[in-house]
Design a protein around this ligand. Structure first.
Ligand code: GN1
Ligand code: MG
Length: 361
C-alpha cells in the first residue's frame, strides 16, 4: 500500500510516552522497510542531543504484535549477555537497545501500529545494495554470528510471529489462489509470470522438503536476512549490528543464507526494472559462503552445507511469488512507491533465481 503521512504531533506524543522529560527536536522518516513505519527522532536528553528510532510495528501484518515485542526484548537481552560473554568490540553498538515506556511497558498500542523506541546506532547505516565482496562477506558473517549467538537462547521457544512465514509450499499455493481470484483484474497481463514461477516450484521446495525428510534441523533464524538489515559502519564498512528482529523465530539456517543470496549475490536492487542487468556475481556468492561459514560453519550439518546454493533459489522464488501474489491481490501487503512496483520486484526476483540456477547449480 502507498503510505499516508504521519503528523509530527502524533510522533511527539508517542515519543513522550517513552521519554517524557526529553525535548523532542526533529523527526524524519526512514523509507527502507516494506511493512513497518520507521522514524529517526532527534531529542535533547539531560542537556545532550541524542538520536532514537521510533517505529510503528504494522499490526495488520504482525497480528500477534505482543508476541513480536516479547521476542525482540528476549532476543536483545540475550545478545547483550552474549556480547559480554564472547567478547564484543562494542556492546553499546552490536545489538538493539530497546527503551521501555515511562510506565514500564514495551511500547504504545496505536490504532494501526504498535509503537516502540530504541537507540539509534551512531556511525552506522542500513544500505540497500552491496557492491563489493568485502561488504558481502561482512554482512554474511554478521548473520552467521547472529544465529550462533542465539543457538543457546533459553526456553521457551520463540513465538512464531507470522505463522507459516517460510512455508514455501503455502506461498506458492497463495500465488495460485491469488491468480484464481484475480481480485485486481491484473491476471491477463501477468499470466506468463505466474506460469514461470509455478514452473520453478520444485526448485523452490528443496529446503522445505529436506526439512520434512528430517535432513536439516530447525534453528533460530532471523528470517529477513537481507543486506539492509545489518547496519554497516560508515567509516570502516564493518558489519555493526543486525536489526529488524520482528521475524526472528524458529526457522532454517538456510532461510537466512537464502536471503543473503537474494539481496547480495547480484549488485542490482530487488526492484531493478531492467532484468537484463540481473546476474549472479560469482565473487559475491563466494564471499557470502565464506562469511557465513566463518561463523555458522561450526554448527551446520553436511546437508545444510550441501543446500547452500539451493537456499538462494528457494528464498528468491518464494519472495518473488509473494510480490506477484500481492500485485494480483491489489497491493495490500508490501509498501509500494508506484503502481507496478510489486510486479517489477517479482520479475527481478524471477530473473535472479534463474541466474542462480544457471550459474550455481
Ligand atoms: C519485507 O519490511 P522488510 O522490508 O524488512 C518482508 C520480508 C521480505 C522483504 C523483501 C514481515 O521485509 O519477508 O523478504 O520485505 N517482511 C515481512 O524485501 O513480510
Ligand atoms: Mg523485516
Amino acid at each position: 500500500m502507498p503510505q499516508n503521512p504521519i503528523p509530527e504531533a502524533r510522533l511527539r506524543d508517542r515519543f513522550a510516552a517513552f521519554l517524557p522529560n526529553a525535548e523532542f527536536l526533529h523527526a524524519e522518516e526512514c523509507h527502507g522497510g516494506h511493512i513497518n513505519r520507521t522514524f529517526f527522532v532527534d531529542a535533547r536528553v539531560y542537556g545532550q542531543q541524542r538520536r532514537y528510532v521510533l517505529q510503528s510495528v504494522n499490526k495488520n501484518v504482525f497480528k500477534n504484535y505482543a508476541g513480536v515485542m516479547e521476542n525482540v526484548f528476549r532476543i536483545s537481552a540475550h545478545l547483550g549477555r552474549k556480547s559480554l560473554d564472547v567478547g564484543s568490540d562494542d556492546p553499546t553498538r552490536d545489538h538493539i537497545h530497546f527503551i521501555r515506556t515511562a510506565d514500564g511497558g514495551m511500547g504504545v498500542d496505536g490504532e494501526i501500529g504498535f509503537w516502540r523506541l530504541y537507540r539509534f546506532i551512531d556511525r552506522a547505516e542500513g544500505r540497500l545494495r552491496a557492491t563489493t565482496p568485502h561488504e558481502a562477506r561482512a554482512a554474511a558473517a554478521a548473520f552467521g554470528r547472529f544465529q550462533w549467538l542465539l543457538a543457546d537462547l533459553p526456553t521457551p521457544r520463540l513465538w512464531e510471529t507470522i505463522s507459516a512465514f517460510h512455508d514455501t509450499r503455502q506461498r506458492f499455493a497463495n500465488l495460485e489462489a491469488s491468480a484464481g481470484a484475480d481480485a485486481a483484474g491484473r491476471l491477463a497481463s501477468v499470466r506468463d509470470d505466474v506460469d514461470a514461477f509455478l514452473a520453478l516450484r520444485p526448485e523452490a521446495l528443496k529446503l522445505q522438503e529436506a526439512f520434512e525428510r528430517g535432513e536439516i534441523p530447525e534453528r533460530i533464524a532471523h528470517n529477513d536476512a537481507k543486506y539492509s538489515n545489518v547496519l554497516m559502519d560508515t567509516a570502516t564498512n564493518a558489519a555493526v549490528c543486525v536489526i529488524d528482529l520482528d521475524t526472528c523465530m524458529p526457522g532454517l539456517s538456510l532461510h537466512d543464507f537464502g536471503d543473503l543470496m537474494r539481496s547480495m549475490s547480484c549488485d542490482r536492487p530487488e526492484d531493478e526494472p531492467d532484468v537484463s542487468t540481473i546476474a549472479v556475481r560469482r565473487d559475491m556468492y563466494d564471499a557470502l559462503v565464506d562469511g557465513f561459514l566463518s561463523q555458522a560453519g561450526n554448527f551446520l550439518v553436511p546437508a545444510e552445507r550441501g543446500l547452500l546454493p539451493n537456499a538462494g533459489v528457494a528464498i528468491t522464488l518464494e519472495t518473488g511469488s509473494r510480490f506477484l501474489a500481492d500485485y494480483l491481490d491489489g497491493d495490500h501487503y508490501f509498501h509500494i512507491d508506484y503502481p507496478e512496483h510489486n510486479l517489477v520486484r517479482a520479475r527481478s526476483q524471477l530473473a535472479l533465481a534463474r541466474s542462480m540456477l544457471d550459474t550455481l547449480l
